[in-house]
Ligand binder design. Structure first.
Ligand code: SF4
Ligand code: SF4
Ligand code: SF4
Length: 271
């Protein structure tokens, strides 16, 4: 049987790094900005939130935002074009948290959303709605944000007073319970509702089409169609179609779980 411990530890270490980089009380990214570069990010709870610039693309307010936020976002998107959704796959502890939570519930009680709804269409439809809504409603989404919910949860653990609004609590319940505990892979929020994940995947899709970003590929001659990669993919991006195993670039976060679980070493990344 394959030893999964080194892989799990490596993955967990990446997400812990993401945690100390962005979340209080550590916030290394903000401290770096302030202490080394001598600039004030000026936005909390996370020193880096590309969701806000994303919501300002169509309003024209993108470049009116704090310059650190604008430049961080532009550099981030460029990195996604080249490397794919590395933040989702390696650093975003909010996504990993619900993936880990979902292991508590037996698979037979979890929903395989793909059987009922077109997940990728909903994902990008939500992203579009997220970008268009501010045009009409001045919509600001922090109260519905899983990062913010997760950050509030962590702050309470580190001694802050409870300060959850009702919308935030409803979002948290959706994020942790329906789309976490009771969703196969545990990343329902990532797949349906996260504009940041969808933006990363959008740039990844473009990067892969242009031949810049390496994507997940399956060596058909080595694959025995055992389906382990399909079963283990937290984003449910792997599928067997017409006898071939393939990864959907619109959903894949390049977490490496599929290649780790493949008994034939048939999965690799390539352009
Ligand atoms: S989709 Fe969103 S919540 Fe999920 S891992 Fe990516 S950035 Fe994090
Ligand atoms: S786990 Fe490997 S051998 Fe099994 S279906 Fe996936 S690619 Fe093929
Ligand atoms: S296809 Fe593989 S790398 Fe992509 S999300 Fe699924 S398990 Fe992770």
């Amino acid at each position: 049987m394959k030893n999964t411990l080194p892989f799990t530890l490596k993955r967990t270490a990446g997400y812990l790094f993401g945690f100390v980089l962005l979340y209080a009380p550590f916030e290394l990214y903000r401290r770096f900005m302030e202490g080394v570069l001598d600039v004030q990010p000026g936005f909390l709870p996370h020193a880096f939130c590309p969701r806000i610039p994303t919501a300002e693309i169509f309003t024209g307010g993108f470049f009116d935002l704090n310059s650190v936020m604008v430049w961080s976002t532009l550099v981030f998107w460029l990195l996604c074009l080249v490397f794919g959704p590395f933040f989702c796959g390696r650093l975003c502890v909010a996504g990993f948290f619900t993936e880990a939570l979902s292991h508590i519930v037996p698979d037979k009680y979890k929903i395989e959303w793909e059987k009922y709804v077109p997940v990728a269409h909903i994902r990008y439809g939500m992203l579009l709605a997220y970008m268009l809504l501010p045009l009409w409603y001045g919509f600001y989404p922090c109260a519905y944000c899983n990062f913010y919910f997760f950050d509030s949860l962590v702050s309470v653990i580190f001694g802050a007073a409870l300060d959850f609004t009702l919308p935030l609590l409803i979002s948290g319940a959706l994020y942790m319970v329906l789309f976490g505990l009771f969703t196969k892979g545990g990343r329902g929020y990532c797949r349906f509702l996260c504009p940041q994940g969808a933006m990363q995947s959008f740039w990844f899709y473009i990067g892969a089409r242009l031949g810049i970003a390496a994507r997940i590929k399956v060596d058909e001659s080595a694959c025995v169609k055992c389906g382990l990669c399909v079963k283990s993919c937290p984003m449910r991006a792997m599928s067997i179609k017409n006898g071939s195993v393939e990864s959907n670039t619109a959903l894949c976060i390049k977490c490496g779980v599929c290649s780790h679980n493949c008994p034939r070493g048939a999965i690799h990344t390539g352009r």
